[in-house]
Design a protein around this ligand. Structure first.
Ligand code: NAP
Length: 473
């Protein structure tokens, strides 16, 4: 059974789901395509009203949704509750601003008449999403594309099927027409089959390089536009004049939030020599205070990882790092609980040849580097295959922003925790992928930017370069 909810706190198999059938996939494609045709004639405001209903339904069912998310993938219940509220905020934002973003753009031109670019739907979007934020990852694609009028087929991660089903049920309950979001428990081959279908016109994936490469290959082979939101090894740079109380207060959260399983978790702490010892001591102290336990219990502050496979992979990465010369400053000891717990761990002395230097560790493991100048910090931050996000702590925020501008990533936050909100574009460069989700940029990911030039009368004297059939001699 490929799709299953297995509670990572106690390993209980809660529910299994069979793969979608060929008929279900074909029905989703047919329903989605028919809806796309209908949406092209529907005023955007009608979809905006439905999207507000989606937000209201999410809030109404917040408690059940949060619980299901925690049981699916293990995050702390309060983090699941926060995620449900965030997805409602995203839905409301696109309902309020989505239509304005689609306003036709006038183009100044020397062509005869007037020109404008209209933004319209293109067809079904196939979305492939990961388990780490089971609702948020769906909403990042769903809200903008629902406003645009693109129907969606969702293939969620194999370990978060209950959250996927509940999200799709909420969308239906809010009054979205059938086909707006069809959740299917697809195999990898069925995802490829969907991408090959001419009714599918866009592909959005969030996940690892492994998943991204496979899905982008299928999209490229079939000339389908795609966005890839992949992994990251975000740097957290601490300059010598940073406020160290703020630094420590944010640093441990930036690594342990969601049990360290966030694409934009701070995975590499790059710290100036004059504050290095203070930083390591502070991080150790914070890491030592977290309490592992049932993520449904409000007293718990360290959640289990999402599944056994992930924990085993992280343990192997830490073992390999240590074998290659890294020092364990804190952690890397077993936690005596049956669930998939990993003790927060701090590694130092990672040199360029260590696999940990350039491999993403998707769990509560912090790599800390000492640097002796700002230039060295920036060079180290950029000496990495990924380019997703980052944090800079500096005594002066303007100076921090200058440093941020030299970091080769898609998003950098100065003197604060990284936030994600609907108005802020989300995405990266290098192996972290391409394209942006959310914001006005994300809404344009799968639209037809259609040029329309109109005039009351043709003017053959005004055709640039005379590129027109001439009269017969
Ligand atoms: P993953 O293995 O790539 O899985 C993500 C999704 O892709 C899942 O639905 C998975 O399905 C599917 N998938 C994988 N291989 C596929 C294939 N060959 N064909 C079709 N679908 C395929 O990613 P993960 O390791 O679970 O997720 C963690 C990764 O995601 C990390 O690297 C993290 O940094 C990244 N991430 C990035 C962002 C961002 O916005 N940039 C956000 C969150 C996470 P199955 O579950 O069935 O395998």
């Amino acid at each position: 059974m490929a799709y299953a909810t297995i509670n990572p706190y106690n390993n209980e198999v809660v529910k299994e789901y069979p793969y979608a059938t060929e008929q279900e996939l074909q029905a989703a494609l047919a329903t989605g395509h028919a809806l796309y045709k209908k949406n092209r004639k529907q005023p955007v405001a009608e979809r905006a009203a439905i999207l507000h209903n989606v937000a209201a339904k999410l809030r109404e069912h917040s408690a059940e949704l949060a619980r299901a998310c925690t049981i699916d993938m293990g995050k702390l219940l309060r983090e699941s509750e926060g995620e449900v509220e965030l997805v409602a905020i995203i839905a409301d934002w696109f309902a309020d601003h989505g239509e304005e973003i689609l306003t036709p753009e006038k183009v100044k031109t020397i062509a005869t008449g007037s020109a404008e670019i209209r933004h319209s739907a293109t067809g079904i979007v196939m979305m492939v999403e990961p388990w780490n934020f089971p609702y948020y990852q769906i909403m990042r694609v769903f809200a903008p594309n629902f406003i645009v009028g693109n129907p969606m087929i969702l293939k969620h991660a194999a370990n978060t099927p209950t959250s996927a089903k509940m999200f799709a049920d909420i969308v239906a309950e809010a009054g979205a027409p059938e086909g707006s979001l069809t959740n299917l428990f697809l195999s990898y081959d069925q995802v490829t089959e969907a991408i090959e279908d001419p009714r599918v016109q866009g592909v959005a994936l969030t996940g690892s390089e492994r998943g991204g490469t496979a899905v982008a290959e299928a999209a490229g082979k079939n000339l389908k536009k795609n966005t890839m939101e992949l992994g990251g090894m975000d740097p957290f740079i601490v300059l010598g004049d940073a406020n160290m109380d703020d630094v420590i207060d944010i640093a441990w959260r930036a690594r342990l939030y969601n049990a360290g399983q966030v694409c934009t978790s701070s995975k590499r702490f790059i710290v100036m020599d004059n504050v290095y010892d203070q930083f390591v001591e502070g991080l150790k102290e914070k890491f030592s205070k977290v309490v592992p336990g049932d993520p449904l219990d409000p007293k718990t502050s360290l959640a289990p990882m999402n599944r056994e496979k992930a924990k085993n992979k992280l343990q192997k990465q830490v073992d390999d790092a240590v074998a290659a010369g890294a020092t364990v400053v804190y952690g890397n000891e077993p936690i005596d609980l049956p669930g998939q717990f990993f003790m927060p761990t701090i590694l130092t002395d990672i040199d360029k040849n260590n696999p940990a230097y350039s491999e993403e560790m998707f769990g509560p493991v912090a790599a800390v580097y000492k640097v002796h100048s700002e230039e060295e910090a920036i060079e180290l931050a950029n000496d990495n295959p990924y380019g997703l996000g980052g944090i800079v702590f500096a005594g002066d925020a303007d100076h921090g922003a200058e440093v941020a501008a030299q970091i080769e990533t898609g998003m950098v936050f100065v003197n604060n925790f990284m936030v994600t909100l609907p108005e802020l574009p989300f995405g990266g460069v290098k192996l972290s992928g391409y394209g942006r989700e959310m914001s006005h940029i994300g809404e344009m990911a799968f639209v037809n930017e259609q040029l329309i030039v109109k005039t009351d009368k043709p003017n053959l004297d005004n055709v640039a370069g005379g590129l027109v059939a001439t009269d017969p001699a």
